[in-house]
Ligand binder design. Structure first.
Ligand code: AMP
Length: 458
């Protein structure tokens, strides 16, 4: 998964994009980058690491443009190296263009093979580069026509930002699997993966970019165009389950509210279970636990001290350091735990390793019983759209039934939220059009055999 942010017509565009990317840091911590529309044309700067590590104070003295786009990356296709950091930049018949992509293209391997056969020389191993070669080869009169004509050839999930001299362009996949929001700050337009970044830079959220829509911002004016219509819209439900920031808004309500509702519905699903306290695995599990507490009347207690400085970057070069990881990230708070039957809530079980370690640590700290609740259904299918779920054979719910999983994680009881209640919580009873492929195996787009093989052979 990645985060993208762009802003038009603003003398502080690079600084505001820095703030936007900083706000979207939770969406990717491997690399960060920015492209600007400067007096000297499109310039870009990418690097490995966190936003604060890639960009320096001094840089913004000279790195200035009228518009900018930026990207934070968590790699799901292509390895984690600076060559794959975005925005990607290219110079073609259409002139200079930078692009930033969030999502995964499910026919990227097939398109890449075809383009390479025709002579294309790829510079990165990302799926995102495919659109560059398509645009260079099959170009129309303007960049926006070229984008609209080529997006049809892509399958899968994407939100794109394009920056060309005088133009900022955004596009969202026809099913709307990945997110993209439009905001306004004075005369500037903003495009962002999540609403939180629009608000943090001082902007107002206008609306979601619609599935299959292109937004073109030029000379302070905005134009909208539908380039495709899908049979169904299917926004990724995992955004609200785990990925998005709690203060971001989907369908008019914050992610935090959806997570509270998930907790409430879990409490309704397991009415007669006896416990002393309820707690959550930070961070997403905390909101679930608070919702559960409100509905059930069971007291909420914090049972973990979370180390905020580990991120994903805590080095694990050898077994000795690896041994510390789980405890270093989440250290049990003894008094809250000792002798207690604890309802513990996490958003999801993927391989089951996190829960196993956490439950082990709680029991070592004196917990009497752990009743594990999961705020989403069992994950039984790989995501081809950008959420980093592993191959099917690594997913614990494809190998074991609920009782087997309970034994593996060493919980005294285990319960998953029903799909029906998950949709209710995330759609607020109104929206039902979500991508739930990781739980159901029903993919909203075609997924080529080649792609399935690549992911499952990984
Ligand atoms: P696992 O240990 O493999 O069962 O992973 C479950 C844990 O990973 C849960 O605590 C989730 O909050 C977290 N998680 C779920 N999805 C992702 C993801 N795409 N990337 C990183 N962590 C995740």
């Amino acid at each position: 998964m990645c985060g993208i942010f762009g802003i038009s017509d603003n003398k502080d565009s690079s600084k505001l994009t820095y703030v936007g990317l900083f706000t979207l840091q939770h969406r990717g911590q491997e690399s960060a980058g920015m492209a600007i529309d400067s007096k000297n044309g499109i310039q870009y700067y990418n690097g490995m690491g966190l936003v604060s590590e890639v960009f320096s104070n001094d840089m913004f003295q000279s790195f200035r443009g009228s518009s900018a786009i930026g990207h934070v990356r968590y790699s799901t296709t292509g390895s984690s190296n600076v060559n794959n950091a975005q925005p990607l930049f290219f110079n073609s018949y259409l002139g200079q263009t930078a692009i930033a992509h969030n999502g995964n293209l499910t026919n990227a391997d097939a398109l890449r093979a075809k383009l390479q056969k025709q002579g294309a020389i790829f510079q990165t191993s990302t799926d995102s580069e495919v659109i560059i070669h398509l645009m260079a080869k099959y170009h129309g009169r303007t960049i926006e026509d070229t984008i609209a004509d080529n997006l049809h050839k892509l399958e899968g999930a994407y939100s794109f930002l394009f920056l060309a001299p005088g133009k900022l362009i955004g596009a969202r996949d026809p099913n709307g699997i990945r997110t993209l929001f439009l905001g306004k700050l004075g005369k500037s337009y903003i495009l962002s993966s999540e609403t939180c970044a629009i608000e943090v830079v001082g902007g107002k959220v206008v609306r979601e970019v619609e599935p299959g829509e292109i937004v073109v911002i030029e000379k302070g004016k905005i134009k909208f165009k539908k380039f495709a219509k899908a049979k169904e819209t299917a926004r990724c439900v995992f955004e609200q389950v785990y990925f998005a920031r709690p203060d971001s808004v989907f369908s008019g309500r914050t992610v935090q509210s959806a997570r509270y509702d998930i907790g409430r519905l879990l409490a309704k699903e397991i009415k007669n279970v006896k416990a002393d306290i309820v707690s959550g695995v930070p961070d997403s599990g905390t909101a679930y636990a608070l919702g559960f507490s409100e509905e059930s009347g069971l007291p909420y207690k914090t049972v973990f001290m979370r180390n905020r400085y580990t991120g994903r970057s805590f080095i694990q070069p050898d077994q000795k350091l690896r041994e510390f990881t789980a405890h270093l990230k989440l250290a049990p708070i003894r008094d809250a735990i000792k002798g207690k039957t604890i309802i513990l809530i996490d958003d999801s079980l993927v391989r089951g390793t996190t829960s196993k370690k956490i439950i082990g640590n709680l029991k070592k700290a004196g917990a009497k019983k752990i009743i594990m609740l999961i705020g989403s259904p069992p994950i039984t299918n790989s995501c081809y759209y950008g959420i980093d779920t592993p191959t099917r054979k690594e997913l614990i719910a494809t190998k074991l039934k609920i009782e087997g999983i309970r034994k593996f994680i060493n919980a005294d009881a285990l319960h998953y939220l029903s799909l029906e209640n998950l949709i209710k919580a995330c759609g607020y009873g109104k929206d039902k059009d979500f991508c739930t492929a990781c739980f159901t195996g029903k993919y909203p787009t075609k997924v080529s055999k080649l792609q399935t093989k690549t992911v499952n052979d990984k």
